[in-house]
Design a protein around this ligand. Structure first.
Ligand SMILES: Nc1ncnc2c1ncn2[C@@H]1O[C@H](COP(=O)(O)OP(=O)(O)OP(=O)(O)O)[C@@H](O)[C@H]1O
Ligand SMILES: [Mg+2]
Length: 399
């Protein structure tokens, strides 16, 4: 047993287990002199002439074995070992006593887990052997404790690996759900495309005159909304099938994307009940973009902003140039901010706080659009005064 334990301690690098230090305590210094002479060749020896001093040493030094006189003023040897054992149950105690075993001492010994009990006057040979055996006992105790704690920490590693696995599984689940959605969307997309074709005749009629400007505008807004919806469904479908978002990039004016998104949003009664501050910086550089996809991304952001605010609240929609090059499209609202529990995974699919009212796809799609343009999307918490979403787009090198 001893040998196999030593092998395991070495193999698993449990560390140094013995300090080879012995603490002796006796109120008669001559006894300490004899013990010290006996042990100091082999061990580091600490001396104390009271139980209190011995206790203090046991708290500050790495001790393997304590040899304590039983009869000391203030505290008995067994009481001392009991007290030391609270914080250091791995230290072995040897009690020296002139008494022959009285039942009182025996029961105390059980409580204090005294390793050995030696009678005075002691036999040098026996003391030495007892210290060797007590050290072995300590080694045993510490080796097992060390190995157990190693197994426990491995367990933590295992728990972490399991957690990572669970997250990966969650990701797979997302893809699975995206696939299902893509299949569902393909049916809807097909119907919608036919429906839109029918409506295009209406558009021609309306354009050729005979209706009021108001009706013409409503039809145009309605149709552009439908076209956008169709475009979104098509990208979802495509994404579900290929895992990529295809973009048709061409030189476009960022301001026109923002205007298109606002036009689409005008279909929404709630949007019309917000105050809109449209900030389009003049002379913005062109970006390489897919106008439909960028419009859709912006619509998603504006729709979220509408849903986060109340009647009469302010929405800022912005397009501006970045000092370091590139363009930023931003949507800012004065709502109550993103819930802390979803902040980390805001741009993941199916992350929604809206229950039946949301799929949790809006920001995810916006992120895919930004990234497929070589850009990125960020969310800024305005410290209780709302939220700002920014889509950064690179500007192609014209040099
Ligand atoms: N402007 C905002 N203010 C506060 N919370 C927001 C804002 N925009 C998004 N969120 C939070 O982020 C979540 C995810 O938004 P996302 O647009 O991806 O999904 P959704 O709006 O819930 O559903 P949908 O797929 O219909 O857009 C929302 O449910 C909401 O909790
Ligand atoms: Mg949304």
């Amino acid at each position: 047993m001893q040998e196999s334990l030593r092998l395991m301690v070495e193999r698993y690098d449990v560390g140094r287990l013995l300090s080879r230090s012995v603490l002796m305590v006796d109120d008669e210094p001559e006894n300490l002199d004899v013990l010290e002479a006996l042990l100091s060749d082999e061990y580091v020896v600490f001396r104390a002439d009271s139980a209190a001093e011995a206790f203090a040493i046991s708290q500050s030094q790495p001790i393997d074995v304590i040899i304590a006189d039983q009869r000391m003023p203030g505290m008995t040897g067994v009481e001392l070992l009991e007290k030391v054992g609270i914080d250091h149950p791995d230290i072995a105690g040897i009690i020296l006593t002139a008494y022959t075993d009285s039942p009182a001492i025996m029961s105390a010994i059980n409580r204090a887990q005294v390793f050995r009990f030696l009678t005075k006057p002691f036999d040098a040979e026996l003391v030495l052997r007892s210290v060797v055996e007590a050290s072995d006992h300590v080694y045993h105790h510490r080796a097992i404790a060390g190995l157990v704690s190693l197994v426990t920490s491995r367990n933590d590693d295992l728990a972490k690996a399991l957690e990572d696995l669970r997250a990966a599984q969650q990701g797979l689940l997302h893809l699975e759900r995206l696939g299902t959605m893509g299949r569902l969307a393909s049916g809807v997309t097909h119907d919608l495309r036919n429906f839109l074709m029918g409506l295009s005749y209406l558009e021609v009629e309306v354009e050729s005159g005979g209706v009021s400007d108001e009706i013409r505008e409503s039809v145009q807004i309605g149709l552009s909304g439908l076209r956008n919806l169709l475009a979104t469904l098509e990208s979802m479908n495509q994404f579900a099938r290929s895992g990529r978002l295809g973009v048709a990039l061409g030189p476009i004016q960022p301001a026109s994307v923002v205007r298109d998104a606002v036009t689409v949003m005008r279909m929404d009664m709630e949007f019309r009940r917000r105050k809109l501050d449209l900030r389009l910086q003049p002379d913005l550089p062109e970006v390489l973009g897919d106008p439909r996809k960028l419009t859709q991304a912006l619509v998603n952001l504006i729709r979220n902003a509408v849903q986060a605010t109340q009647h009469g609240d302010l929405l800022i929609v912005e397009a501006s140039r970045l000092p370091e090059g590139g363009v930023v499209l931003a949507v800012e609202d004065s709502g109550s901010g993103v819930l802390p529990e979803i902040r980390e995974s805001l741009f993941q699919p199916f992350m929604s706080s809206k229950g039946e009212g949301g799929m949790g796809m809006g920001l995810y799609m916006a992120r895919l659009v930004a990234e497929s343009h070589g850009g990125r999307i960020e969310c800024q918490d305005l410290g209780g005064r709302g939220t700002r979403f920014e889509v950064f787009l690179p500007v192609p090198d014209t040099a």
